[in-house]
Design a protein around this ligand. Structure first.
Ligand code: B12
Length: 341
């Protein structure tokens, strides 16, 4: 064990912009593996429903121990970046109709770049190191007291609520495990489970990915007409369970990190964002310049929020002409919904 390396690496990560830092032991997370199995049985979800790439058939099995990623692993460094910034906090008050993009995503590039720098730091000192998401991040962070599970299924932290993006560096460096007291930040309110519009939080701490608006907004799959009104103005992801969480009230938004934004090169679903940031104007997103998923979500959002506006129906009709059959059915549904209003 090297105390110098321990403090050096922590200082380095904090200087690179990490807001959370901890070291977890390499163990077999059998309980986590059982929970994944149970979740799939209870909901009928496949790993694709959890947004795991079709070709990655061993994702959850791999996460059960870091040795599956690095056989000589001795430590898991957990890094977090506070994701609630002044841009994310801003709720548009003006006359334009705006879409909503989940907050944490724009800090994935931040936490990835910090983890990349920590990986280089370790390799330069002769250690093996890999960074990524091949670790059950919330489970590991909870295990070492960096935070605790909220009933919304997201990790809650004392200083940053649940708005933290996480990433791990797995290494064979002999680092000391973080010894923190277990924290309990989730109260008895159950506001998250009661407010989720689709009932995706089917029990406290348990998310049904087939009903969660996060994958629903990010996948190309058909969205059932009964789900569409529940999407509100959500274009990519959903923060409702976190927005109602008392542990997220009163957070001070941070200054935006210049590295924040979206990461099309490293995050598959960010490619579908077509370059839009935070709260884009909905009418603009109907155009054929944008990916099909964005156009679909934008027209649903307009059906949900654009009633009473004279410019919405003509814009939907005009852009419908550039749609293929699939997309046209959503545009037609939006026309029918708004005409009935
Ligand atoms: C698959 C996945 C999803 C799936 C499934 C979500 C889920 N909750 O499992 C989908 C696509 C739906 C999803 C959605 C989102 N995700 Co996601 N996702 C992941 C991923 C890749 C794996 C998570 C996982 O292992 N799920 C499987 C389940 C079985 O594991 P689990 O949730 O940990 O289950 C535990 C609890 O149920 C607990 N438990 C069960 N009963 C009880 C009882 C008590 C009393 C307690 C205390 C605990 C407890 O035990 C289980 C583990 O043993 C991680 C990245 C990673 N590598 O970890 C990101 C990750 C969890 N996601 C993240 C984010 C930001 C989101 C969204 C908020 C994005 C958004 N705004 O739209 C939503 C949140 C939805 C929600 N309410 O959970 C962040 C969370 C950061 C944080 N602060 O926790 C992560 C860590 C990614 C990252 N790099 O930062 N995600």
């Amino acid at each position: 064990m090297s105390p110098t390396l321990d403090s050096q690496i922590k200082e380095f990560a904090l200087a690179e912009g990490a807001d959370l830092f901890g070291v977890a032991p390499v163990e077999r997370y059998a309980e986590y593996g059982m929970q994944v199995q149970e979740r799939m049985e209870e909901t009928g979800a496949t790993s694709e429903d959890f947004m795991i790439a079709r070709e990655d058939t061993s994702f959850f099995a791999r996460l059960v121990t870091a040795e599956n990623t690095l056989p000589e692993a001795k430590a898991i460094i957990v890094i977090g970046a506070y994701a609630y910034d002044e841009l994310a906090a801003h709720t548009y008050q003006g006359p334009e109709l705006r879409g909503k993009i989940a907050r944490t995503y724009s800090y994935y590039p931040v936490v990835r770049q910090i983890a990349e720098a920590v990986t280089k730091f370790l390799r330069n000192r002769g250690y093996a190191a890999v960074h990524g998401q091949d670790v059950p991040l919330k489970y590991v962070a909870d295990r070492i007291g960096l935070g605790c599970y909220g009933k919304h299924g997201v990790l809650l932290t004392e200083r940053y609520g649940s708005y933290v993006a996480l990433r791990a560096v797995i290494s064979n460096a002999p680092l000391a495990v973080t010894q923190s007291e277990k924290v309990q930040l989730c109260r008895d309110c159950e506001l998250c489970t009661r407010t989720c519009p689709t009932g995706a939080l089917y029990a406290p701490y348990k998310v049904n990915p087939r009903l969660c608006l996060n994958p629903i907004t990010r996948r190309i799959d058909h969205i059932a007409p009964e789900i569409r009104p529940k999407m509100g103005n959500r274009i990519h992801g959903c923060d409702i369970c976190q927005e109602v969480c008392p542990a997220n009230r009163g957070l001070t938004p941070r200054k935006p990190d210049p590295r924040s934004g979206f990461d099309p090169q490293h995050h598959a679903s960010h490619k579908e964002l077509g370059g839009i940031e935070r709260s884009p104007e909905l009418l603009r997103l109907l155009s054929s310049e944008y990916p099909q998923i964005i156009r679909r979500n934008a027209v649903i959002a307009l059906a949900n929020t654009g009633w009473g506006r004279k410019d919405v129906l003509p814009a939907i009709r005009a852009n419908m002409e550039t749609c293929g059959d699939d997309l046209r059915s959503y545009f037609q549904w939006a026309v029918d919904t708004l005409s009935d209003h």
